[in-house]
Design a protein around this ligand. Structure first.
Ligand code: ARG
Length: 465
């Protein structure tokens, strides 16, 4: 195995051992950084030109050469060589092949340590932005569905036991707000990545008065780092992305789980569209919710990526260590998984169908009114804990005798509490249970309408960022 340039490796007499090279070589995965690496090199070359390190006649040659490298990489025509250790070395080697000795000037005032940190920041900025766009896409679908199903009733659950009735639109918006927070987390990851490390050199800074701010704004950074040691050892922005991704996919796993349950024959609350389901190889009647199941299962993978990088960075002395090359595979894996999962989620919601009757049927379970009866007693001055006990007794009696709450006779009610009169039967009439939830953020139509308005405003705010 030859070291790729004799000049920069002249300290060595022997080539790297293949058993080392196999693990050391990162080109198979860090080639994803290629567009950032070339853009960064072009900006760096211009900065070197402005301070006279690269002459006016030379800059055009370097820039053209880098443009050719970029085009080859984009077209998939770039010839990687076995001696290419990583993307930075590969780009430099190819540039040398295209423009000769002059290519060697490009690495003035730069180390692979600040170079790779800068590439990864650029990649995190892009990935965070595209996660945000995809999240917004899902949120739009959810808002549309919430509006369409604003007055469909369903049981709300705790412990996966029927608890209190809610409107389906209200439940759908609970997913919307989870994702809205994810949007903020990816925006924070983007911000963390928007501080440019380039100019830190290997670790101590560089000997050239490069205008770092000019390079930063050319590359879309908001600012530059203030400490060169921190610049080369910092991978927080990757952790931030992975953390946001872990939480986002955990959210999607909860959505996926609900869709699996809801689309079962037992629940029958919804049906996923055919393009998002699979058949069985043996049972012709099956339409399995594989997409929702995959959504349920993807989170641990991204969490694994997150803990992998935390593990790599844990107790690692500053500044750069080759350990840090291990940031890339978890990051790229997470980006792929986050983007694919969000895109699939949007697709699932585009075609999902809900079953109004099944939902309403489940919501008309009178037991769901137990809290309402307790509240009726509270309005009559009975302390809540006591009311809870009285209604608990009624429920137990009904369960034991196989009766509904409305089957209980007035004399049975008054035997339990003198406060239980005809209004008891009024309360049990379906509908009022939902409309009584008038608190801000509750499920009543008035509260839900206000919430739908807020959701629309949130989406507008997101699209204007
Ligand atoms: N491929 C390396 C990485 O991703 C680039 C930085 C190498 N720096 C060094 N001092 N060997 O971390």
């Amino acid at each position: 195995m030859a070291r790729h340039t004799d000049k920069s490796t002249s300290r060595f007499r022997e080539p790297p051992d293949p058993r080392f090279w196999r693990l050391n070589r990162s080109i198979e995965f860090d080639r994803h950084l290629a567009p950032y690496d070339v853009a960064q090199s072009r900006a760096h070359a211009r900065a070197l030109n402005r301070i006279g390190v690269i002459g006016d006649d030379e800059i055009a040659v370097i820039d053209d050469g880098l443009a050719t490298v970029a085009a080859e990489l984009e077209a998939g025509e770039f010839g990687f060589e076995p001696g290419d250790e990583d993307i930075h070395m590969a780009v430099e080697r190819r540039l040398g092949g295209l423009i000769g000795e002059l290519a060697g000037k490009l690495h003035t005032g730069r180390s692979r340590n600040d170079q790779v940190a800068t590439d990864i920041c650029m990649a995190v900025m892009d990935a965070s932005e595209s996660a945000g766009e995809r999240i917004a896409g899902v949120m739009e679908e959810l808002l549309r569905l919430a509006k369409e199903h604003r007055d469909w009733t369903m049981p709300g659950y705790t412990h996966l036991q029927r608890a209190q009735p809610v409107y389906l639109g209200h439940h759908i918006l609970s997913w919307f707000w989870m994702l809205s927070r994810d949007f903020d987390r990816f925006a924070a990851a983007r911000k963390a990545a928007s501080v440019m490390p380039l100019g830190a050199g290997a670790l101590a800074g560089v000997n050239w008065e490069i205008d770092r701010r000019a390079v930063a704004s050319e590359l879309g950074f908001e600012s530059v780092t203030v400490n060169s040691l921190d610049s080369t050892s910092n991978r927080d922005m990757v952790l931030d992305y992975l953390s946001a991704g872990s939480i986002c996919l955990t959210h999607l796993s909860r959505v996926g789980s609900e869709l699996v349950i809801w689309s079962s024959t037992e629940f029958g609350f919804c049906q996923l569209s055919e393009p998002f389901t699979s058949g069985s190889s043996i049972m012709p009647q099956k339409q399995n919710p594989d997409s929702a199941e995959l959504l349920r299962a993807k989170a641990p993978r991204v969490i694994g990526d997150f803990t992998t990088l935390l593990g790599v960075l844990h107790a690692l002395p500053l500044t750069y260590g080759k350990d840090m090359q291990e940031d890339k595979e978890p990051f790229f894996d997470a980006v792929e998984t986050v983007e694919a999962s969000l895109e699939m989620t949007a697709g699932i919601f585009e075609g999902i169908e809900f079953d109004r009757d099944r939902l309403a049927d489940a919501a008309s379970d009178e037991m769901l009114a137990a809290t309402e009866i307790a509240d009726l007693l509270v309005r009559r001055g009975v302390p809540f804990r006591e009311a809870h006990g009285i209604v608990g007794d009624l429920v137990r009696q009904c369960v034991e005798e196989g009766r509904d709450l409305s089957d209980l006779r007035p004399d049975e009610l008054s035997a339990r509490s003198s406060e239980l009169d005809d209004e008891y039967y009024e309360v049990l009439k379906q509908g009022s249970w939902l409309e009584s939830k008038r608190s801000e953020g509750g499920t009543s139509s008035a509260s839900l309408d206000a919430q739908i308005k807020l959701a629309g405003e949130r989406l507008q705010q997101i699209s204007s960022t």
